[in-house]
Design a protein around this ligand. Structure first.
Ligand code: PLP
Length: 459
């Protein structure tokens, strides 16, 4: 089926573990396959020109062309929508595309977004660079400073945006409090739930309105397939202030004689219809059927994998915290974390398996870089890869890799230092991961003494 954002209504309530395997797929198709098929077809044959006309006019649901919608992608969309408790979803080519189209559908030229400072570096690039080119202004605030969120809101603000667990420092957002600011401002709260996944946190339960994911990460879970998804949680009423949202409430040229709210307001999601029929259709960041299939396979084990990921990550964080070469561990499951209380509220089933730690910095940028390089070069189990949420344990140096486009001030505001090392703990045996770090840290000095460091690196 196409396109459109029909609401996800399971016949009977089902638990997370059942939904992650069954949601969105009806096995009663002609081929009777037990698992969703890969519908690797660009286009779909119409029975008649009359049918084609009805489909193009969005009067009828059905398959047209895979840039806009594809049957395998639709199963993926329905499944993620159900796991997030949403009403409809749009699968896209990457997490970056998901953030872009989710926000473009809310804010246009001359309008404004308030976003957390603590974001994945690629998202910062998008918001401060490309959105600026397009005349969409973004104010960045410290995500823990509720007054700053409130003060940044303007009449032209159209969305608040943050990550539920930030990459790479694993700050846990006080989602309920930021949702209250969004509610007062009359705009939706958009949450990037990539690191938490719907298994660790249903952002809807705390007041989010729209969720985005890089499905490339834990949803796929095996480092093979890029993908993203935007989920409408069905909580934001775009008709309460219709003048603010003309893209949804005024006549939409692509729906004959009406608005998206009139066409989809009762039966689906006008917002997801806009994401698909305008932004994915026009810009083209479509999710391929093959990748949707891979992501569906990943989803089927999401709960099991997240349990292992988070338990192993906490064990690694505890080991690192006790190691003299480590200056600080940023993990919300540790009692020393400033976000421990928030983690207890928002992540009761396990905290983050993406987190960071700092080596003792020397104050000399070159020496700090060599220190991190020395550590990383000694790792044998944990691999140097710019990705997270993989079955493999991965390491990265945010300041020179994923967050390298940020200014020194932005890095400091996001708590990323020159010796901050990011880990994404995989599914290997936790003892092997700890042993790997223990071996690598063995040669790293326990103080910020640069002479000792120089000797260590030279030796
Ligand atoms: C939190 C977060 N959001 C979005 C993205 C972008 O996702 P993708 O690489 O799938 O485009 C990433 C990538 O690392 C991420 O970590």
């Amino acid at each position: 089926m196409v396109s459109m954002p029909e609401q996800t209504r399971p016949a009977a309530p089902r638990s997370f573990a059942t939904a992650q395997i069954q949601a969105g797929f009806d096995s009663g198709v002609a081929e009777n396959t037990a698992v969703p098929s890969i519908h690797q077809s660009n286009g779909f044959e119409f029975r008649s020109l009359t049918e084609a006309r009805e489909l193009f006019a969005l009067r009828k649901d059905g398959n047209i062309y895979s840039r806009a919608a594809n049957p395998t992608v639709l199963v993926f969309e329905k499944r993620v929508a159900e796991l997030e408790g949403g009403i409809a979803a749009a699968g896209v080519a990457s997490g970056q595309a998901a953030v872009a189209v989710a926000l473009l559908a809310l804010a246009k030229q001359g309008e404004h977004i308030v976003a957390a400072r603590q974001l994945y570096g690629g998202t910062v690039d998008l918001l401060q660079d490309t959105f600026a080119d397009w005349g969409i202004e973004v104010t960045f605030v410290d995500q823990d400073d509720l007054d700053a969120w409130r003060a940044a809101v303007r009449p032209s603000t159209r969305a608040l945006f943050a990550e539920s667990i930030s990459n790479p420092i694993a700050q846990v957002l006080d989602l309920g409090a930021v949702a209250a600011v969004a509610k007062d401002a009359g705009v939706p709260l958009v949450i990037d739930n990539t690191v938490a996944t719907p298994y660790l946190q249903r952002a809807k339960d705390f007041g989010a309105d729209i969720v985005v994911h890089s499905a490339t990460k834990f949803i796929g879970g095996h480092g093979t397939s890029l993908g993203g998804v935007v989920v409408d949680l069905g909580t934001f009423d775009f008709t309460a202030q219709p003048g603010r949202w003309p893209q949804l409430t005024a006549t939409y040229p692509r729906v004959p004689d009406g608005s998206l709210v009139e066409r989809f307001g009762e039966t689906g999601s006008p917002y997801i219809a806009l994401v698909k029929t305008k932004y994915v259709h026009d810009l083209g960041p479509s999710l391929s059927a093959f990748n949707a299939f891979q992501l569906l396979q990943g989803l089927e084990t999401l709960d099991l994998r997240m349990q292992r990921h988070t338990a192993s990550a906490l064990a690694v964080a505890r080991f690192l915290e006790a190691h003299p070469a480590v200056a600080r561990v940023h993990h919300p499951g540790l009692d020393s974390s400033p976000w421990r209380t928030q983690a207890q509220t928002y992540l009761p089933d396990g905290t983050s398996s993406v987190f960071a730690f700092d080596l003792h910095a020397t104050g000399d940028p070159d020496a700090d870089f060599r220190l991190v390089e020395e550590l990383i070069s000694r790792l044998q189990v944990i691999r140097l890869v710019a990705n997270i949420g993989d079955a493999r344990s991965l390491v990265a140096h945010p300041a020179s890799m994923t967050h390298s486009h940020m200014s020194p001030t932005q890095l400091a505001e996001a708590h990323i230092g020159p010796t901050t090392v990011r880990l994404s703990i995989g599914l290997e045996d936790a003892r092997d991961i700890v042993d790997d770090l223990a071996r690598a840290l063995d040669r790293i000095p326990a103080t910020a003494d640069s002479t000792e460091l120089a000797e260590s690196v030279a030796g």
